[in-house]
Design a protein around this ligand. Structure first.
Ligand code: FAD
Length: 432
């Protein structure tokens, strides 16, 4: 089969003419830069929860950024462990953040219903496999802290064969069970051996296509307050009593500007102080491949964590199985490798060379079914990581009128929506 460089999630988006013809006219309260799931859900909550008018500017097409190029696993996870966050944050703030993220499952479902999204979310669990003693120990520590401080908690299953090497604290005994290593292989849908596994609720969704549904809903329901324009790259933002946004020859003014530009290079921002986004963002490119199967199985998801320093393996791989709208059959998407990038992303390029073969190699040695000689699709997308590993949501601390909902740190689907709600609350109450 010929491998094509395309994201199946962008393939699923219906053909339509570009949105809006921009002439720079009109007034608006808030400008949102970026039409991915962060920008579209920010527009949705601002319009449904406040009286503000909103203009959204997208340099390419709505939903064609990372929102149309991801693994599609909506999970309430953070990049940093509880123990790590405790070094710099107080426990109450961490617990509140974890509960807010957990609400993302519900808000995604509600959003899909409101905009009449017709393909999900598919609610299931993602089984996560742990391969080393060290990882199991760290996970037990995470469970202990979550139990102690009242944060959402998931149970752990340890392979019987490895129980003797694992110290399970007495207070966690009711949350830890055992199964044989071969039963764990079945749970994790793998030929490889893992020491332990835990399930996390997951909502699977094509966030790129969902962006188009949100846009249509906003056009239909907020004709006087919502405008969006595609093919509109914002290259300069001048902060002052009013915010002036330049895109090509056009200039547009607003009171508040929200950057939802993910890992893309931020526009030039002219302000008295240095905006946080220019100091904190590291940009990564992540790669994925997908296999088409002529069967229909229930949606499923897996994440495989591998021992640090194992030269054969990536730190982790994630696999998602869900129906592919184009054929109605299963599509199995898998990703994991990511690397830092300084230049603009090129979607036809490999980062680094051979990355797609590495992902295919993982599937050949671990996936229980034959995946064939090669995947049918392969693609990449950008991720924006903040230096502290926490999503950037809210006002810039030094530049008035500048707001953020970005910095996915690898798991940005639910947190974009939760961030959009938090941001809307802050904009609504500002100055009061
Ligand atoms: C390969 C891969 C796999 C992933 N898997 C998962 C997963 O399984 N689960 C999960 O939770 N997260 C995952 N993520 C992360 C997730 O995709 C992102 O967090 C989420 O899509 C980010 O949404 P966004 O709106 O911030 O970004 P995007 O969808 O990238 O949207 C940003 C938009 O801003 C536009 N833009 C940028 N600069 C400008 C400008 N100057 N002017 C105008 N427009 C501009 C871009 O064109 C783009 O459309 C993955 C990411 C990648 C790349």
């Amino acid at each position: 089969m010929k491998v094509i460089n395309v994201s199946p999630w962008i393939n699923e988006i219906e053909e339509r003419p570009p949105i809006g013809r921009y002439d720079g006219s009109g007034e608006t309260d808030v400008i949102i830069v970026g039409g991915g799931i962060a920008g579209m859900s920010t527009a949705y909550y601002l319009l449904t929860r406040t009286e503000h008018s909103v203009t959204l500017l997208e340099r390419d097409r709505v939903g064609y950024g990372s929102s149309g190029r991801n693994g599609g696993q909506g999970v309430a996870s953070m990049e940093r462990s509880f123990a790590d966050m405790l070094r710099t944050m107080d426990a109450k703030a961490i617990v509140s953040e974890l509960h807010a993220l957990e609400s993302g499952y519900w808000h995604l479902r509600e959003l899909c219903q409101e905009v009449e999204y017709d393909a999900g979310p598919y609610d299931t669990v993602v089984w996560c496999g742990l391969s080393s003693v060290d990882e199991v120990g760290k996970y037990l520590e995470e469970m202990e802290l979550r139990l102690r401080y009242g944060a959402p908690l998931r149970a752990l299953v340890i392979a019987k064969e490895h129980l003797a090497e694992t110290m399970v604290p007495s207070e966690l005994r009711g949350l830890v069970s055992t199964q044989t290593a071969s039963s764990l292989q079945l749970l994790l849908n793998t030929k490889e051996r893992y020491r332990a596994a835990y399930p996390i609720p997951v909502s699977l969704v094509n966030s790129g296509r969902l962006c188009g549904f949100i846009h249509k809903h906003l056009v239909d329901n907020f004709p006087g307050r919502y405008r969006a324009f595609e093919g509109r790259m914002v290259h300069r933002i001048e902060m002052g009593p009013k915010v002036t946004v330049s895109s090509g020859q056009q200039r547009l003014e607003c009171s508040d500007l929200v950057l939802c530009t993910n890992g893309y290079r931020p526009p030039e921002i002219v302000a008295d102080q240095v905006p946080t986004v220019t100091k904190t963002l590291r940009r990564f490119v992540a790669s994925m491949v997908a296999y088409e199967r002529k069967v229909r199985s229930p949606p499923a998801a897996y994440i495989y964590f591998h021992e640090e320093g194992d030269p054969e393996e990536e730190p982790y791989f994630y696999v998602t199985r869900r129906p592919y709208r184009i054929t109605g059959d299963d599509l199995i998407a898998v990703g994991g490798p990511q690397t830092i990038i300084e230049t603009d992303i090129e979607h036809d390029k490999e980062y680094p060379s051979g990355v797609y073969d590495r992902i295919h190699g993982f599937m050949e040695r671990s996936y229980p079914e034959d995946v064939g000689a090669s995947p049918s699709m392969r693609w990449n997308g950008l991720m924006g990581y903040t230096t502290d590993g926490l999503r950037l949501v809210g006002p810039d601390p030094n530049v008035q009128g500048l707001w953020y909902n970005l910095g996915c740190n690898g798991v940005g689907l639910l947190s974009s929506i939760v961030g959009a709600r938090q941001l809307t609350g802050l904009i609504k109450t500002k100055g009061s």
